[in-house]
Design a protein around this ligand. Structure first.
Ligand code: DX5
Ligand code: ZN
Length: 219
């Protein structure tokens, strides 16, 4: 199986963001992962819809917008207008998760749900048919460049099993601390799509690193 690579522009050089996005295109990235942080849900701030809109004309690669926000639903429409192809919301902040995911899907884009490392999988039990993608955080969200939490391998396998049993087509995305060293283990556990921030942008050749990661993680 060929896995998908979603480089996170959180680790890009912001003084040349446009060129960095073009490099992702050159490297054949499957999605551009855009980490939106609000300073409440996570202890950091990043970018909003204006930045998404500014880089949208630079590539046709789908934009995968990960909303680390207390009030994501207040911004979904703006991110769609700015060019999001998929929107990921965190289960921890949404009491009406089914309603939120249905809202996003009804807008004609892909809907995804994210879980922090300590959030149990059972919160997804009744939405497995309503999501296109499930993002398992493999670090505590808020910062790039953190270490992968090893206990998440078990969580990925358990989710794979649950999706199989529920006959769900949702793909599993894993986000945080992915590198050439661990990508194979993570995909063997069941991940289909890997977010990679620092491992892509800290190299001198991000385009080549995307291909290396995909090869290393594909079976
Ligand atoms: C963390 C973000 C991640 C992060 C990944 O809050 O959701 O997408 O940028 O960065 P690395 O690959 O450096 O862990
Ligand atoms: Zn992310």
């Amino acid at each position: 199986m060929v896995i998908k690579i979603a480089p996170s522009i959180l680790a890009a050089d912001f003084t040349r963001l446009g060129e960095e996005v073009s490099l992702l295109e050159k490297g054949g990235a499957d999605m551009v992962h855009i980490d939106v942080m609000d300073g409440h849900y996570v202890p950091n701030l990043s970018f909003g819809p204006m930045v998404v809109k500014a880089i949208r004309p630079l590539t046709n690669i789908p934009f995968d917008v990960h909303l680390m926000m207390d009030n994501p639903m207040e911004f979904v429409d703006e991110f769609i207008e700015a060019g999001a192809d998929s929107i990921t919301v965190h289960a921890e902040v949404l009491p009406h998760l089914h309603r939120s995911l249905t809202y996003i899907k009804n807008k004609g884009i892909q809907a995804a749900v994210a879980l922090n490392p300590s959030t149990p999988l059972c919160v997804l039990d009744y939405v497995l048919q309503d999501v296109d993608m499930i993002l398992l955080m493999s670090v505590n969200p808020g910062f790039g460049g953190q270490e992968f939490i090893p206990g998440m391998l078990q969580k990925i396998s358990e989710l794979k099993e649950r999706l199989f049993k529920a006959n769900s087509n949702a793909i599993i995305q894993v986000d945080g601390g992915i590198s050439l060293k661990n990508i194979r283990q993570v995909t063997e556990a069941g991940a289909d799509c890997l977010v990679a921030g620092s491992s892509v942008f800290s190299t001198s050749d991000p385009a080549a690193m995307i291909r290396l990661l995909r090869d290393a993680g594909s079976k």
